[in-house]
Design a protein around this ligand. Structure first.
Ligand code: AMP
Ligand code: ZN
Length: 477
């Protein structure tokens, strides 16, 4: 295989060479669990789930995604609600895992929680202090960025610019404006652990460094997360880990996903423009949300609009319709009469499609191109008149689907959740038939009225090459 991945540090796409093909290591920064995941938070989970499937296809992978369960924002949530930290983080860890399951995200091999690794973090801090990379000041322990020559290398930031930029509001106990916290004091009401520097809690960056060292090792193959984490989070993780390990490389490939935007702004809790995964799951199947998240290349921004989910659902309708057609053809035809030449041709046809699909995924996880290959397979099924050929193509489509975490349902199950479990289905079908007749008679006013009435009743219809499909959407009266 010739997997190429874009590495943030070198700024280029490089052929992926694992340190050990028997144990490829990947770490992705997971959620801070104090409220529900929004669809932007789901983007890295889904993107790196696809990469994990691709890597597992070729290698033995150990994939870790952490849970940040100690953090200022969690503490603020405790203060705001009067609830215990474990109570809040327990609830939202469960909610996160449930939401990701609904999006078809397979659980990583390891899901370490920060609070289970306080001892490892303290050990790392002690080593950093002993080697002159960190210092204690007023109950805090700070990392000294001047002790690490390569600081700024990952994010391409110049230390001098950072000094100039950070001159205001620098805590008095810092030796250098850009030094960052490894440990800080905690108040009696808030979570805290005894340490050589008093009762306190770890800095966020340190959590990941300690969990990576413990579960994956000193040098790992791949580290992922959203683009907002490049600086300071990943820059600081890298500084801590390399200094704790005598300068050993920390990460060979840094991967960062672009933002999911709404109305041209990054979706984020602080901007208040969030759509929660669980709200969207009321409007559409998790598989449609997943396809929507994969419809843009992971490094590009992804604009989320009202049309995103209906569009993704229609695309899945097309893919499942092709699978349904192939399944039906296979069930009704006698497939036994294929000679070996035909069998070879069909195997080659299947491989041709799979090769094109794999080439797309292996080109820095080009999911839009990979999805286009899925549609090419569906079109080939629709055009084919040979049940054996349709079956071979359907197998290719299902195998490719599995690598993207799509098309795992039986077509009947997909269409059943969309249409049949609905008592009013007959009335809706009848209204659609009337609308189709009105359109054919060029009575567009009637056709539009029927569509509007259905929309008001929470039924959204879509016209496609195979006729009109419909589904219930949230928001109808
Ligand atoms: P958080 O829970 O805020 O630490 O975020 C969890 C993950 O979601 C991190 O990898 C973030 O980089 C990522 N993330 C947060 N907001 C967005 C967004 N709007 N688009 C893409 N990724 C995001
Ligand atoms: Zn991290």
């Amino acid at each position: 295989m010739s997997l190429q991945l874009h590495d943030t540090r070198s700024g280029e796409k490089r052929v992926f060479k694992p340190i050990d093909p028997e144990r490829v290591t990947m770490y992705v920064c997971g959620p801070t669990v104090y409220n529900y995941a929004h669809i932007g938070n789901a983007r890295p989970a889904v993107v790196f789930d696809v990469l994990s499937r691709l890597l597992r296809h070729h290698y033995t992978l150990v994939y870790a995604r952490n849970i940040t369960d100690v953090d200022d924002k969690i503490n603020q949530a405790c203060i705001d609600t009067g609830r215990d930290s474990e109570d809040i983080t327990g609830e939202f860890t469960e909610a996160y895992l449930e939401d990701m399951r609904a999006l078809g995200v397979a659980p990583p091999d390891i899901s370490p929680r920060a609070t289970d690794h306080i001892a490892e973090m303290c050990t790392m801090i002690e080593g950093l202090i002993a080697d002159g990379h960190a210092y204690e000041a007023e109950g805090h322990v700070l990392f000294s960025i001047e002790s690490f020559d390569a600081y700024g290398e990952l994010s391409g930031r110049d230390l001098r610019e950072m000094i100039a930029g950070a001159r205001v509001e620098v805590a008095p106990y810092k030796r250098h404006a850009a030094d960052f916290v490894l440990w800080k004091p905690s108040t009696p009401e808030l979570p805290g652990w005894n340490s050589p520097w008093g009762r306190g809690r770890p800095g966020w960056h340190l959590e990941c460094s300690a969990m990576i060292e413990k579960h994956l090792g000193k040098t790992i193959d791949i580290h992922g997360g959203g683009q907002d984490l490049v600086f300071p989070h990943h820059e600081n993780e890298r500084a801590q880990s390399m200094c704790a390990h005598g300068g050993a490389p920390f990460v060979n490939y840094w991967l960062h996903n672009g933002f999911l935007n709404m109305n041209a702004s990054k979706m984020s809790k602080s901007l208040g423009n969030v759509m929660l995964v669980r709200e969207l799951l009321e409007q559409a199947d998790g598989e449609a949300i997943r396809l929507a998240l994969l419809s843009a290349h992971y490094r590009q921004p992804l604009d989320w609009t009202d049309a995103t989910l209906p569009d993704a659902t229609r695309k899945l309708d097309r893919l499942y319709a092709a699978l349904k057609k192939a399944d039906e053809a296979a069930a009704s035809a006698a497939l036994v009469d294929i000679d070996s030449t035909q069998a070879d041709q069909l195997a080659e046809l299947k491989q041709q499609h799979l090769r094109a699909f794999m080439a797309a995924l292996e080109d820095d996880i080009n999911t839009p191109k990979a999805l286009a290959e899925l549609f090419a397979m569906a079109r080939a099924i629709n055009r084919s008149e040979s049940p054996a050929e349709q079956l071979a193509l359907a197998r290719a489509l299902r195998e490719a689907g599995a690598l993207t975490g799509l098309l795992g349902k039986a077509p009947e199950a997909w269409f059943a959740t969309v249409v049949s479990h609905d008592d009013a289905a007959d009335d809706i079908e009848a209204a659609i038939a009337q609308r189709t007749a009105a359109k054919q008679a060029k009575d567009f006013a009637t056709a539009d009225r029927i569509r509007d009435e259905l929309a008001a009743a929470g039924v959204q219809i879509s016209d496609g090459p195979d006729g009109t499909t419909w589904r219930r959407v949230a928001g109808g009266s």
